[in-house]
Design a protein around this ligand. Sequence first.
Ligand code: LFR
Length: 478
Amino acid sequence: DEVIKLLAVDLGASSGRVMLGLYDGKRIEMEEVHRFANQPVELHGHLYWDVLQLFHEMKQGIRKAAREHGTLTSVSVDTWGVDYGFIDRKGQLLYAPHHYRDQRTAACAPILEELLPPDEQFRLTGNQSARINTVYQLYADLEESPWLRETADRMLLMPDLFHYLLSGTAAGEQTIWSTSGLLAAGSAAPSAKVMNRLRLPLSLIPELVPAGSVTGQLLPALQEELGTGPLQVIAGAAHDTASAVASIPYGPGAETAAFISCGTWSLAGMETEQPVLTDQARDYGFTNEGCFGGGNRLLKNITGLWILQETQRGWAQAGEPVSHQEAVRLAAEARSEGYAAAVIDPDDVLFSTPGDMPGRIAAYCGRTGQQPPVSKGEVILTILQSLASAYAQTISELETLTGQGIRAIHMVGGGIRNELLCQLTADATGKEIIAGPAEASATGNIAVQLAALGAVKASALRELVAQSYTLVRYYPSR
Ligand code: LFR
């Protein structure tokens, strides 16, 4: 059988990668072709995507893949949610897209919320109201730069924008748009109420296509520049979390399985047929987003390994670096010595910005009447144990919301390389954990492309992922 070669461009919180996916008719194999930094650029107090540099790096990766691996079939980009750029009538990019950590939404958020209260945002769109959401960013842009109403022809969310730069075709992919706070809950169309109430021009929104649509071909000039043949450009599950969830190798009993996608953020949830729009879901902090193939992701954003990453960064800066393996070993040691870890709320604002995490953990413990962790192992265990507790809480909320007992939890994403976190999650939830794949977003990206190309049936993707990776199971130890 001929091997199909596809490229996934996965843009994450600190780095981006061009990954080669090889499909031989039975399994997917992934190989990293090119890795590059993805750091927001601060300019005059605002934060922007380094969009041209990223496009340059994408090209480097595509060129390298074509040189080393020959004929490529397709390429697709996935990124985090909510961010976008504007293009004008000639299709030119209008200034650098903002990064969601930019603070420009703060000033007009209260006005927006008067026009469209958070409760109503949730009821109308299924999205948890958050100031990073596209709706807040767009409202702020149009308030601050009203001329955009004349000059901007369309807005493209970041994967849409990169697909546009690659192919010249502008389309909006539905899973990434389902993070925007602009679409009607569970639908692939803008919410007329949201658009009208906030006076947002409908004409800015491009044609929306389902995840897994071939939207164009690499522009001839790029084919020549990069030495590829004709290469299909695919709007895959362009939201990184939608891609990660598309890669979950559910076995029998999928209806009773939850997922946790573990990275800098942790996204814990379940797939449901319809959005869950109850007050309880809103109050627990859940959001509803779209899946590849239809259906709904009911999930909660939990601060993930960010706190540990930031802790490690601090130690490295102080000249006492602790590697990943070392971190797991130290925490396991503290655990076997019987250290009863303190519990922090990872979503407390204290932990949301860069800085001295061990110091903030101590402050949090002081505030909540707990003994602060002392040794490095105790600090790490406290973080991991607290994440596991937050997961357990979310899983039990999911059971309440869906009225469904959860049998097993699929953990995917880079965080599963931390075996202790997986075991602690099994213990805290009392559920079986099925861990894998670690390369969830890139694998889901490739899998959805295979479906778009007609090489694999959409209904067979989960099985394909299960065949491609060794899954590791963890059971509650008590
Ligand atoms: C994860 C993620 C989450 C989204 C957050 C911000 O990378 O995409 O799903 O809520 O980033 O966009």
